[in-house]
Design a protein around this ligand. Structure first.
Ligand SMILES: *Cc1c(COP(=O)(O)O)cnc(C)c1O
Length: 424
């Protein structure tokens, strides 16, 4: 890349990028800094950010309140191990999360990323049964369109057809992948499936209301009530993976609130620190927790990431929760939903557009397919926006603090780029 900074030219040959065919992919963009809803490139260009760094930066980048909290914590203690030691940022955060989430989800286990939070949830569910002396309940029901992470256990509960992990099918534990019970026939089929498999199942795992990485697929709250009832009928643990939907993204603080359903275990990450750094949390009900209380040392939860409950990350998360309390985030999300629904609507009439939809701060234009996503990404960059289509969808998940003008420019760029693209 001409005019690229020195650090770029010297280091680029050594880097291995995510989900990227390194032989054919063009160069990534060198970023110098970020602020609010803007990404500033090393060559001086600036992009309006449509993705909020994989849905994490819900208050925009570099929010002064989060920065101040992290800086203060940095002076006191950047890290201390969480084995046998605890600290104020983690205990404050645990208490605040327990208060925010539906009553009953009171026990918090911290880790360092979303995938690990899901690994811990799955391990909790399996060990819940093992600790009761029940050894055959070790499998999960998960759903088509679902995404729960890139580590081995989490890959096994992702949609196997959706491409990202298909290569590993033979080495993954075999889970049961079902259709979401979104209508009467699917609900019947789901009930029948559980009847057949209940005795070998530890639990059910689902992304409530919106399946994110699988294609921003929306479903009704009724689906979650059906899952809760089905789980209760068979004594299964219900796991909500709110790593994407948590912290306001779908319009309520957590998606489970909209359905008025309390899962047995919930996973959080992504926007937990307001996009500042990696942190994950797995919360469980007292019922789950109590299955781990006994005289037997090996009934303890056998997990402990080195950087779990990192104090800097917990300080960032506490500051992010302050902002949800002191600033009108959910009202901003509602305004973004209205703007996305209105301003993406014109795409519905473009050839090859299959659907246009919005929920909370998520806007989606679904195409029949996107043959050359790299070329489409480049068009967006030329239009001054950072948008990263996945599979057959172009989506926007901006920061909740994005200004009206920037949001206008984002939706305007999506419409004008797609208007030309869909005619090709
Ligand atoms: C991103 C995501 C994960 C994985 O989180 P990582 O931090 O990338 O490991 C898991 N579940 C859902 C729903 C996600 O969106």
């Amino acid at each position: 890349m001409s005019g690229a900074p020195d650090w770029f030219t010297r280091g680029i040959g050594h880097i291995w990028l995510p989900y990227t065919q390194m032989q054919t992919a063009g160069d990534p963009l060198p970023v110098a800094r970020t602020q609010g809803s803007r990404i500033y490139l090393a060559d001086g260009r600036e992009l309006i950010d449509g993705i909020a760094s994989w849905w994490t930066a819900c208050h925009g980048y570099n929010h002064p309140h989060i920065r101040a909290a992290v800086l203060e914590q940095l002076g006191l203690m950047p890290h201390v191990m969480f084995g046998g030691l605890v600290h104020e940022p983690a205990l404050d955060l645990a208490r605040r999360l327990a208060v925010l989430l539906p009553a009953g989800l009171t026990q918090v286990f911290f880790c360092d990323s979303g995938s690990v939070a899901v690994e811990v949830a799955m391990k909790m569910a399996v060990q819940f049964w093992l600790n009761k002396g029940i050894t055959q309940r070790s499998r999960f029901v998960a759903f088509k369109g679902g995404y729960h992470g890139d580590t081995f256990a989490t890959m096994s509960v992702c949609d196997p057809e959706e491409g990202m992990h298909g290569l590993f099918a033979k080495v993954l534990p075999q889970q049961i992948i079902a259709e979401l019970p979104a209508d009467a026939p699917a609900a019947q089929a789901f009930n029948a499936l559980l009847e057949r498999h209940a005795q070998e199942l530890a639990g059910i795992i689902v992304e409530p209301l919106v399946q994110g990485a699988g294609g921003m697929l929306f479903h009704d709250a009724e689906v979650l009530r059906h899952l809760r009832a089905a789980a209760d009928r068979h004594g299964l643990l219900l796991i909500f993976d709110e790593i994407f939907t948590g912290f306001g993204r779908t319009g309520t603080m957590f998606a489970c609130e909209a359905a008025d359903v309390t899962p047995d275990i919930i996973t959080l990450s992504k926007a937990l620190t307001g996009g500042t750094m990696g942190l994950g949390a797995t919360l469980a009900t007292r019922k789950v927790f109590e299955a781990f209380l006994s005289d037997a040392p090996n009934h303890a939860l056998m997990h402990g990431p080195t950087f779990m409950a990192n104090p800097l990350a917990c300080a960032a998360a506490n500051a992010s929760l302050d902002l949800f309390e002191s600033e009108p985030r959910l009202a901003q999300v509602a305004a973004i939903e209205a703007a996305l629904a209105r301003d993406l609507e014109p795409a519905r009439s473009f050839p090859r557009v299959r659907d246009v939809r919005a929920k909370g701060a998520i806007g989606v234009v679904e195409l029949d397919r996107i043959n050359d996503p790299g070329a489409l990404r480049r068009r967006f960059i030329e239009a001054g926006v950072f948008v990263r289509p996945i599979r057959n969808i172009v989506y926007l998940t901006p920061a909740f603090t994005i200004g009206e003008e920037d949001l206008n420019r984002l939706t305007g760029a999506v419409i004008s780029v797609l208007e030309q693209w869909t005619r090709l």
